[in-house]
Design a binder for this molecule. Structure first.
Ligand SMILES: [Zn+2]
Length: 417
């Protein structure tokens, strides 16, 4: 910041008049990297503060849990928002100079007068510090930390928006109306903005909101604890906390992939409209009918995933007896619950088979399976396989099979309705 001030001062000193400075100014602006430096400062600050803040929030519900690791989603937010803040502050500083320049040009003043006005314009450094420590940014960081604590806390499944601050500022009617509104912890709230638009903030002062909805907003959000979970042992809660981080990281990766693909226009080529297409493909729902095409998944990947699954209490089993059971059910693999997967004995699973069952374990873990895997959950799993083909290492011909299976499933779904 001192460097930026010095650079602007130098440009002022080197300019014979205001017109010359106006020209020099463009060069100063272009070479000004104060945004990058500020972003680094913010980044360090956020990185240092986030686990500490999140820990203080998680302890409000579970005094024994500690946040030592933050989710990829929050880490990404920290990086992006640090950059954005640096950029915003540089922009504000530049506007300040340009406003002064405009006034001085208009009043026919000299460059010396502009230089004086610039140096007196206040305590540029204090201005930066004030902005850095602004209440809105501080409260925003607290919201992000609270959300991180909520996501990591296995005892929390819902969150509540709480409107406060009416005692010190004019309450926004639309925020007051949010008081007591609940949302699933990984889902956004719906907020009708002052401008009448619908917004989907994960928490008060979410950066997805326009500035007008965040500045001077004193709302908070908090997690609602499920009593049964708190009764689990600390070891179990810690394990679930790790799982929660992994689940959020997984969701975050999938969302990012989906948005990357959407940006690349790939989504267009996927089966986004089969519900309307009414296509029935005669290929069956079972894979591997042509054994020549059966490619076992990459062994290293298989072992890595299996180990991770087992580390989290999961088990993958297969035996000749279980094959009979699979035959009876007409399946190549079955997920019993979030911890137990059965694969066919004597043949290594393909990448599609393997990951499809893993997806089903998450559906179990999310408590979305009651009697069995429904057509909707089956469709969701197949769609994920297609979306993450590259990541999972699924060969093209298997991907085509999945698409065909999906068509049949969509048809079944249509007939059920
Ligand atoms: Zn508010």
């Amino acid at each position: 910041m001192k460097r930026e001030t010095a650079q602007i001062k130098t440009a002022l000193d080197e300019s014979v008049d205001l017109a010359a400075f106006a020209e020099n100014w463009l060069g100063v602006k272009e070479n000004d990297d104060v945004d990058v430096l500020l972003a680094e400062i913010f980044l360090e600050e956020f990185k240092a503060q986030m686990p500490r803040l999140a820990t203080s929030y998680i302890k409000r519900i579970d005094s024994e849990l500690v946040v030592t690791q933050i989710t990829q989603r929050t880490a990404a937010w920290i990086e992006e928002w640090s950059e954005e803040l640096g950029r915003l502050m540089k922009l504000t500083a530049h506007r300040e100079v340009e406003n002064l320049l405009a006034v001085h040009l208009h009043d026919g003043k000299s460059v010396a007068e502009l230089a004086r006005a610039f140096m007196d314009s206040g305590t540029r450094e204090e201005y930066y510090r004030a902005r850095t420590a602004s209440l809105t940014e501080m409260l925003r960081a607290h919201s992000v930390a609270q959300q991180e604590a909520i996501i990591q806390n296995p005892a929390v499944s819902e969150k509540e928006w709480v409107h406060t601050g009416s005692y010190r500022n004019n309450p926004r009617e639309n925020h007051a109306a949010m008081n007591g509104v609940l949302a699933r912890k990984d889902q956004p709230f719906s907020l009708v903005g002052a401008d009448g638009s619908l917004y989907f903030p994960m928490y008060p002062r979410d950066t997805c909101l326009p500035a007008g909805e965040s500045i001077n907003c004193h709302c908070i959000h908090r997690g609602i604890a499920d009593a049964d979970m708190l009764g689990l042992s600390l070891e179990e809660r810690k394990r679930l906390q790790e799982e929660a981080i992994a689940a959020d990281d997984g969701a975050w990766e999938r969302e990012r992939d989906a948005s990357n693909m959407a940006q690349a226009g790939i989504e267009e080529n996927l089966l986004t409209n089969p519900r309307k297409d009414n296509i029935i493909d005669t290929e069956g729902l079972n894979r591997g009918e042509d054994d020549n095409l059966r490619i076992p998944m990459d062994e290293a990947k298989y072992n890595r995933c299996k180990t991770a699954f087992e580390r989290n209490g999961g088990e993958i089993v297969s035996s000749p007896e279980l094959n009979e059971y699979l035959d009876m059910r007409g399946a190549d693999a079955i997920t019993y619950n979030q911890y137990l997967i059965v694969f066919r004995h004597g043949s290594s699973p393909t990448a599609s088979e393997f990951f499809e069952e893993f997806i089903h374990t998450s559906q179990f873990r999310q408590g979305r399976v009651s009697t069995g895997i429904t057509v909707e959950l089956e469709i969701e799993a197949k769609e994920k396989l297609i979306r993450n083909q590259a990541q999972y290492g699924i060969p093209d011909h298997e991907n085509e099979q999945t698409k065909n299976q999906l068509r049949v499933l969509y048809q079944i779904l249509n007939n059920e309705r």
